[in-house]
Design a protein around this ligand. Structure first.
Ligand SMILES: Cc1cc2nc3c(=O)[nH]c(=O)nc-3n(C[C@H](O)[C@H](O)[C@H](O)COP(=O)(O)OP(=O)(O)OC[C@H]3O[C@@H](n4cnc5c(N)ncnc54)[C@H](O)[C@@H]3O)c2cc1C
Length: 342
């Protein structure tokens, strides 16, 4: 597979308005054909596999077109960070961030080439420029990547994480599970919300949920009581498991050996199961004696999901920053838990 060297003029793209702002700078250095992944120039990768997860999302597997080795920056990122890559849409000269999924056991057991493949869970946004472009690409297409970009470093002494994920926010959650798998004694609670079951077919929560006819905020139950607490029966019929569900189960298995475990709860809007404040509150263990080590609540998902749980991120000095803690978590007593918006 060959790739034409690109000569890019510096282009500044600023997205403003309801979608916030972002600036991308393309270097005018032509990428060298054998360059490995780096944050400054775009490096060619080949789309070797595209596996459908649902009607709107798929896992894209990308392999370095020139067989370049995985750079140390990526090896380091896998040890302690949540990180992303940028993909370029060459006709429009715009770029978007995507979050690599951790390698599977299968990938790790394979030869070096597969071990270093980049896997991305990409949802096709209706009317979205880059995601629509990517979903239309056939296998063997060239896709240009730039990175890694570290979004957040997990503290060395991390002890417990509550991760609130909405939709493709599951990708950074899987990165956290992978990092915590290396931290003996750590514990992770993953609460994953999707609009439709097709995103998480066959996923069974560690605590069984019962459907609510109305979202929690319209129901009689509120803070301090979770949907799981009312459960008496298992509601799900056995189903073939979706790809992401299978990967979550593999992560659970991997983490079981060395950590206090990965607990997964699935919430599906169309089944009327919603994450409620009580689901978070009961996992904070505020009454427990303070143990050593840090505790984090991480949130990743669509803008509305983020705003509801923790308030908006804000723009300052040309970059997106955390902003004040708002939303539901802003009203809860969190004691020594730190909140981070992804
Ligand atoms: C750090 C980070 C990591 C990410 N990781 C992932 C990931 O792993 N997987 C993933 O799928 N996504 C991820 N994203 C989101 C991703 O970067 C893109 O934002 C997403 O794919 C949409 O980009 P797009 O170009 O397709 O859509 P855009 O063209 O940016 O449009 C986004 C939405 O806005 C609407 N829109 C655009 N313009 C207008 C307008 N003028 N008026 C009204 N509506 C409009 C579109 O219809 C669309 O629904 C991540 C984002 C960040 C910041």
């Amino acid at each position: 597979m060959t790739s034409k060297p690109l000569r890019l003029r510096p282009i500044y793209l600023v997205v403003v308005g309801a979608f916030g702002g972002a600036a991308y700078r393309f270097s005018n250095r032509p990428p060298s054909s054998d360059a490995s992944l780096n944050p400054n120039t775009f490096t060619p990768y080949t789309l070797v596999d595209k596996r459908r997860v649902s009607s709107t999302s798929a896992i894209f597997t990308l392999r370095s077109t020139y067989g370049a080795a995985e750079p140390d920056s990526v090896k380091e990122a896998w040890k302690r960070s949540l990180w992303s890559l940028q993909i370029k849409q060459p006709q429009l000269q715009i770029a978007r961030a995507y979050t690599p999924l951790p390698p599977t056991e299968e990938g790790r057991a394979e030869d070096d080439e597969e071990e270093h493949d980049v896997r991305l869970l990409i949802r096709q946004e209706e009317g979205g420029e880059v995601s629509t472009y990517l979903h239309r690409l056939p296998e063997e297409s060239t896709i240009e990547l730039r990175g890694p970009n570290v979004e957040c470093d997990l503290p060395h002494d991390i002890q417990e994480v509550i991760f609130l994920a909405g939709g493709t926010g599951i990708a950074p959650a899987m990165q956290v599970a992978q990092v915590l798998g290396r931290r003996a004694g750590s514990k992770m609670h993953l609460l994953w919300a999707n609009r439709r079951r097709e995103e998480c077919v066959g996923g069974l929560s560690d605590e069984v949920l019962v459907p609510h006819n109305r979202p929690w905020w319209k129901s009689l139950f509120g803070l301090g009581q979770s949907s799981a607490a009312q459960t008496t029966v298992e509601d799900h019929k056995p189903q073939a498991k979706g790809i992401i569900v299978q990967e979550l189960e593999a992560l659970k298995e991997r983490n079981r050996a060395s950590t206090k475990g990965l607990e997964v709860q699935y919430f599906v809007d169309e089944e009327k199961t919603f994450i409620k404040p009580g689901d978070v509150a009961k996992r904070l263990h505020l009454e427990a004696s303070r143990e050593n080590g840090s505790k984090m609540i991480l949130i990743s998902g669509p803008d509305g999901f983020m705003e509801y749980w923790a308030g908006k991120k804000v723009w300052a000095g040309g970059k997106e920053v955390q902003g004040p803690l708002g939303g539901v978590l802003g009203k809860m007593e969190l004691k020594d838990w730190t909140v981070y918006k992804l």
